[in-house]
Design a protein around this ligand. Structure first.
Ligand SMILES: [Zn+2]
Length: 221
């Protein structure tokens, strides 16, 4: 047992990953180069399934941003929640009308996936983003009905079939109670692949009289 920790410092070294979640560089959880890769103005994207509102991404789904998203989702790198949330806040700052309140609505996740990941990383990062922006709040109002499969490996039409009618507004309170009527509502997610999740989310919100102003994702595949 030569690697048994001998003090609190060494124990922490075992618990906290000391490599960058974007590029693997030793000594930091998130290096300045990887932060720079997510800090430009958001890119306008045009998903195959058009949700009918402007869609934006902080970065393309490759390199450090992709590695960071996967590290959070699949390797439980909770230490990346804050840097990803701050990057989201910067992106929102570019897009928002600062005269109006801002409401972030996280895209819904499958319950099984959230359980496996110890919670929902998109919501955690959105909470950080909301805390960084004046006049901004997070409202979790979307839910997936049971029976939605993991979309990994599914083609465009299978994704549509998988999600059609399965995203619902999870609150019975009217939007006027949840946030001010002049608020800009932005849908947030980590990765946009085909746009099907956003189409279904925008549709579900419209049925509840919530108009989505824009979609912002960390990465566009
Ligand atoms: Zn890095």
């Amino acid at each position: 047992m030569g690697d048994t920790p001998r003090g609190p410092g060494e124990l922490l070294d075992l618990l906290l990953p000391h490599s960058c979640g974007g590029c693997g560089r030793a000594g930091t959880a998130w290096c300045a180069d990887c932060a720079a890769a997510l800090s430009g103005p958001p890119l306008r994207i045009r998903p195959r399934a058009d949700p009918g509102v402007p869609c934006w991404a902080l970065a393309a789904y490759r390199g450090a941003p992709r590695a960071a998203v996967l590290a959070v989702k699949e390797h439980f790198r909770r230490d990346l929640t804050k840097p990803l949330g701050v990057a989201m806040a910067r992106g929102l700052d570019h897009l928002r009308d600062t005269a109006r309140p801002l409401v972030l609505v996280p895209a819904p996740t499958r319950r099984a996936a959230a359980r496996a990941r110890g919670g929902d990383p998109v919501t955690r990062s959105a909470i950080v983003a909301a805390s960084w922006l004046p006049g901004c709040r997070l409202v979790r109002m979307l839910r997936m009905r049971p029976g939605v499969r993991d979309s990994v490996g599914l083609g465009h039409s299978d994704r549509q079939h998988n999600l059609r009618g399965r995203i619902i507004v999870a609150t019975t309170r009217p939007p006027g109670v949840l946030f001010p009527a002049n608020a800009e509502v932005v849908l947030i997610d980590d990765v946009l692949t085909t746009g099907v999740t956003m189409c279904e989310s925008v549709r579900a919100l419209a049925e509840a009289d919530v108009t989505v102003r824009a979609v912002l994702v960390t990465c566009a595949a």
